[in-house]
Write a protein that binds this ligand. Structure first.
Ligand code: GLU
Length: 280
């Protein structure tokens, strides 16, 4: 029997330009797919209403082509809202989500525990009666969800078998006040719909995979393997981040730098990597 094709993806959010860390992530995913005779997908995660800049998607495509990558593009998240709403409705009808009207500031003040996603929601709204029509976000009742799923495992191709520890992040938001979905629900559904077999992304998203594993189980979705690669570091040993003034790929490209040569350097690991945020 032929082995199943490896399907990976690069899923950037167009709320800032791509930088070197993104290039590395895209190359890792691209090469894992190509080495397995598989498919490398590009998915634009453009549901961050207030920060999303649709024009950046085209810049991203130019950046990836400049690096010498080839991909198949799947529909952007903004074109898939109905599938997110359907999944959220199903989870609501099973009593797995509850409405929450707390603001970030209220949560930061009330939270006593900090989890991998920031302050862990203390459950203030779990038993609150919120009048219909009030703007709310919907949170997963993680205790209830885990009682339904029982213990779960997932596999990272670098870090090995993981016991699912979704409780650490608490009752995360699955439906935002200003959008029909949050990253966790959207990415989980999309990876299943897109047939992704190897979810490839930076180790800074390691903790999110515990949450995604629970959502897969609740929604009866196929379970991929994950590949959380190390992060590129800047000269101070910090994660390269788009907000920290690291030069964008577009700037480098427009300045005439050779993209294929840069890709070769990234493949040869000529930049410091290391941090394994979230990975045990
Ligand atoms: N859209 C996310 C980001 O740009 C990546 C999500 C993922 O790879 O799962 O950070």
């Amino acid at each position: 029997m032929p082995s199943p094709l490896t399907v990976t993806r690069f899923a950037p959010s167009p709320n800032g330009p791509l930088h070197l860390g993104h290039a590395y992530s895209a190359i890792v995913a691209h090469d894992l797919a190509r080495n397995g005779g598989g498919r490398f997908l590009l998915r634009i995660e453009d549901i961050d209403g207030t920060r999303s800049r649709p024009e950046l998607a085209e810049v991203f495509r130019e950046d990836l082509a400049w690096l010498g990558l080839e991909w198949e593009e799947v529909p952007a998240q903004s074109q898939r809202l109905a599938s997110y709403e359907a999944a959220a409705d199903e989870l609501k009808s099973r009593g797995l989500l509850y409405p929450c009207r707390c603001t970030r500031a209220e949560i930061a003040e009330a939270a006593v525990i900090t989890g991998p996603e920031g302050p862990v929601y203390p459950g203030t709204c779990k038993h609150r009666n919120i009048p219909q029509g009030e703007p709310v976000q919907w949170r997963i009742d993680m205790e209830h969800a885990l009682a339904e799923t029982g213990p779960l495992e997932w596999v990272d191709s670098l870090a090995g078998v993981q016991q699912c520890e979704a409780m650490a992040a608490g009752d995360v938001v699955l439906v935002r006040k200003e959008a029909p979905v949050s990253y966790h629900l959207a990415a989980t559904i999309d990876d299943a719909v897109d047939g992704v077999t190897l979810v490839t992304r930076g180790a800074d998203l390691f903790a999110a995979s515990h949450i995604h594993r629970v959502l897969q189980e609740l929604l009866g979705l196929p379970v991929p393997t994950w590949h959380h690669h190390d992060l590129l570091l800047d000269e101070t040993g910090q994660k390269l981040a788009k907000r920290k003034n690291s030069p964008s790929l577009a700037d480098r490209r427009l300045a005439g730098e050779d993209g294929a040569a840069l890709a070769a350097q990234l493949r040869a690991q000529n930049f410091p990597t290391g941090i394994s945020l979230g990975r045990p």
